[in-house]
Ligand binder design. Structure first.
Ligand code: WQD
Length: 342
């Protein structure tokens, strides 16, 4: 039996494939490389010392999905594939709804037809919108403020309706807070195609001279130092949370939303200062107006993940800053090696 990982060459998908291979699972992976590179799969196998079965495929191509399910004995699915840039989703909502929603409907229909009813869905803390209180528990009201977040909430609602119609499914909705970091080997990192919006790639761009200085979006929030507070979680911790979820898919039939966060919030300035200290670099910045749509504080109550999955994040903000730096350094070395070869 094999686990199908959709979007398995992405930032979180690739780190999760490593942890699943390390845990002894057989993997079937597909990706369309919209936001990743083929070389990632080679590096996943190199880190784990094990092979996986890879298909270059798009979830909008139903025949490709059917081909994958017909050739592999799939036991469960971890569904990462989807566009995830908030800003891009505002500019191109139809592209986001078509890809994320229609693609997921295709996947669910093929799963149903092949009798595969165990699913881990890559959701996001973005479904909480502007929370009434922090730390955030899974029963907080759900609301979204951008098309990307709306696709996540829509898919959660689709899965809740699916379960209501057929309670023989086992479904985890994993709500990620703010994934950062990279693999300690330096072989995997956050390497999005296009211009990154999230803070850690911008800190790294500044650390390595791609940016002269970074922008702190607002210092007038009702937070200890006025800058936005987020629950940063190491991507390797996040990956290990998925392994725990897969292990618990056999607990029965259910649909459960679970926060994957550390339960600790850090401000933008705390993150920048920690990054400077850990990596002995300077991160010049300017403070500008708030970014439209940003909220002051967002961090998890992680107790349900501990209770239901036996999962607790292990890495702290210092390891996140160190491993982000090491991973980006590794990427830059690979790029310069490729340039010297070509
Ligand atoms: C974090 C903090 C910014 C960039 C996003 C998505 C969310 C999820 C996680 C997928 C905020 C500040 C940022 C910069 C800054 N992704 N910041 N300067 O917005 O919390 O969440 O990523 O599921 O859906 O919305 O993450 O990294 O963009 O911002 O000051 O150049 O850093 O204002 O306070 P965010 P982020």
């Amino acid at each position: 039996m094999s686990i199908l990982v959709t979007g398995g060459s992405g930032f979180i998908g690739s780190h999760t494939c490593v942890e699943l291979l390390n845990a002894g699972y057989e993997l079937t992976v597909f990706d369309n490389f919209y936001n990743s590179k083929p070389s990632v799969i080679d590096r996943v196998e190199r880190i784990a010392g094990r092979k996986l079965r890879f298909y270059c495929a798009d979830m909008l191509d139903i025949s490709a999905l059917e081909h994958i399910f017909s050739e592999n004995s799939i036991d469960s699915v971890i569904h990462f594939a989807g566009y995830k840039a908030v800003g891009e989703s505002v500019e191109k909502p139809l592209m986001y709804y078509n890809n994320n929603i229609v693609g997921t409907l295709n996947l669910l229909d093929v799963m149903r037809r092949y009798g595969v009813k165990k699913l881990v869905f890559s959701s996001s803390a973005t479904v909480y919108g502007n929370p009434r209180k922090v730390p955030i528990t899974e029963d907080e009201p759900l609301s979204v403020t951008n098309p990307y977040g709306r696709t996540k909430l829509m898919i959660e609602d689709i899965l809740r309706d699916l379960y209501r119609s057929d309670d023989s499914w086992s479904i985890f909705l994993l709500r990620y807070f703010n994934p950062v970091g990279g693999h300690q080997s330096g072989l995997l990192c956050e390497d999005p195609n296009g211009i990154p919006n999230n803070i850690m790639p911008r800190i790294l761009d500044t650390a390595f001279g791609k940016l002269e200085k970074m922008t702190v979006f607002g210092a007038d929030y009702p937070t200890p130092d006025g800058t936005g507070v987020r629950d940063y979680i190491h991507v390797v911790d996040l990956a290990r949370g998925h392994v725990k979820a897969v292990e618990h898919l056999d607990d029965g039939c259910f649909i459960e939303a679970v926060n994957l966060g550390t339960g600790r919030g850090y401000s933008v300035l705390e993150l920048i200062n920690t990054f400077e200290k850990v990596n002995n670099v300077r991160i010049p910045y300017i403070v500008t107006e708030r970014r439209p749509g940003d909220i002051a504080e967002c961090y998890a109550d992680p107790s349900k993940a501990a209770r239901l999955l036996g999962f607790r994040a292990e890495y702290g903000i210092e390891e996140m800053c160190r491993d982000s730096y090491v991973a980006r350094l590794g990427m830059m070395r690979r790029e310069s090696d490729n340039e010297s070869i070509s």
